[in-house]
Design a protein around this ligand. Structure first.
Ligand SMILES: [Zn+2]
Length: 229
């Protein structure tokens, strides 16, 4: 004989559990297990509080994509030394280089706010502080809001291992009014397939780190012909 009351109870318990699972899956509150370490070389002298605010906003965009970002301030002091010794040590596979500079170079378009070299061995991202300042002024946005979106886009190229762009969202080639407005509200996201691809990249990088603890690498000079905006 079946216990109808117990069956109903089981069904309710399963429904609640399923509901919790669905709620959890849809929430950014899940702690991402995939972590990248972003070494920030602030060569443009951008105010650190603005850079920190931009990092916080960019981290949120990556968190929604299932990736946690640890930021390392690799600016140098008056004697030319890094504040943090980790900036000089060998690179880990899941390390990302982000350079804030005022010198885009003539090979890039006048509209480029950043560029990157999405190479698995010695890739890097560069963002252009003076242009970001100008864009922020013209759009009546904070520098941090603009910088966060540019950081997310360029590091997106690195983690996607791709020079491609999408028609909308973080990886759009030229941000339109919708992207800027959503960025201002912290609503801009990577597409689900882009999030999955970046998660896969970081998982592979972490696996490589387990097999090859350190990479012999110093900051490479920009490889202009291989950069994508
Ligand atoms: Zn791009």
């Amino acid at each position: 004989m079946r216990n109808v009351g117990a069956d109903i109870g089981n069904v309710l318990v399963r429904a609640v559990v399923c509901g919790l699972v669905i709620l959890c899956l849809g929430s950014p509150a899940i702690e991402p297990v995939r972590r990248v370490r972003i070494k920030v070389f602030n060569q443009a002298g951008a105010p650190s509080r603005r850079v920190l605010a931009a990092e916080k906003k960019a981290a949120l965009i990556f968190r929604w994509a299932g990736i946690a970002a640890d930021w390392l301030d690799c600016s140098v002091d008056a004697s030319g030394h890094y504040h943090l010794p980790e900036c000089e040590r060998a690179w880990m596979p899941a390390d990302v280089e982000l350079v804030i500079t005022d010198y885009p170079g003539p090979h890039l378009s006048q509209f480029a706010l950043g560029c990157s070299k999405p190479d698995p061995q010695d890739g890097y991202a560069r963002i252009f502080y003076l242009r970001i300042q100008k864009e922020a002024r013209e759009r009546s946005m904070t520098e941090s809001d603009v910088m966060a979106l540019v950081i997310a886009h360029e590091i997106g190229h690195l983690l996607l291992r791709s020079r491609s762009h999408s028609r909308a969202g973080v990886m759009r080639a030229r941000f339109g009014g919708e992207e800027w407005e959503r960025a201002r509200k912290n609503h801009l996201r990577f597409a689900p397939e882009q999030s999955s691809a970046m998660q896969e990249t970081v998982t592979q990088l972490i696996r490589r780190r387990a097999n090859a603890p350190l990479l012999a690498r110093s900051n490479p000079p920009p490889a202009r012909s291989e950069e994508v905006e």
